[in-house]
Ligand binder design. Sequence first.
Ligand SMILES: C[S@@+](CC[C@H](N)C(=O)[O-])C[C@H]1O[C@@H](n2cnc3c(N)ncnc32)[C@H](O)[C@@H]1O
Length: 290
Amino acid sequence: MTIFDLDVERISPALVNVASVPQRSPFRYPGGKTWLIPTVRQWLKQEGQEVSFLVEPFAGGGIVSLTAAFEKLAEHITMVEMDEEVAAVWEVILNGKNKWLADKIFSFDLTLDNIKSELDNPDKQIHDKAFCTILKNRIFHGGILAKGSGMIKNGENGKGIASRWYPKTLHDRILAISFVKGKIDFIAGNAFEIMERNLTNPKAYFFIDPPYTVAGKRLYTHFNIDHEQLFSLASRLKGKFMLTYDDTNEIRQLADKYQLQYKTIPMKTTHHTKKNEIIISDNFAWWVES
Ligand SMILES: C[S@@+](CC[C@H](N)C(=O)[O-])C[C@H]1O[C@@H](n2cnc3c(N)ncnc32)[C@H](O)[C@@H]1O
């Protein structure tokens, strides 16, 4: 682990040491769940054997899928993401020119002129799109790709746009994923459809991390989902699931309406304020009180 690995993830659980979670994703994902990984590990280990099928319907930075693949917590994994820019990254890393992408990042000279010419290229192929997504994710405020986001000005220690650009670390993470990509399918599509398709599979584990009701709009291009429909779907899954949300009255009411159990878990935001998130699950036999 490098110092960068510790630095990238500033959101941490109030009670868990994030250093125990290897950073495997090339993204610094807004609303990313690296901080929840210790809890996700407990959830995936609930039957005392490797999970046969894990679905991550709102994959984003994909830290749960990657961790499950590397740590042999799941044999087969399906990641789903609707955002075209984010999807391009996963397509290229898992099924495309991953070495090209890793090398392009490693050798890129991060100047404003070079950034502009990459982003303004009108004729992008999928690997160019993937590169531009990683570039934006690293040089835009908070890694936010949604409209209205813009480049970091001062950044950490006055390093500006370079303050989150770690070419060697990103190169290595992308190539490392090759070792587990045989276990992972990526679908550029709609979470609801894939969940519906696997509704009656008793062996499936669903890690569901949708855009939240309050912050979603600012953070993601695709934020507008039907939260009630998601609760309804979750309540009908025959497999196991873990659904995460912000702790609001609306979400507690939906959980009650669909008779779903939940727990709260404390975390620290990027601004170092503490808040609670909600974990909803089909059962909590796996939950360890901290
Ligand atoms: C909270 S983020 C997931 C973060 C992820 N768990 C991580 O740790 O990086 C929610 C993601 O869902 C995606 N999304 C929104 N609506 C979707 C849909 N209907 N189907 C698939 N993905 C969707 C957004 O683009 C966003 O990447």
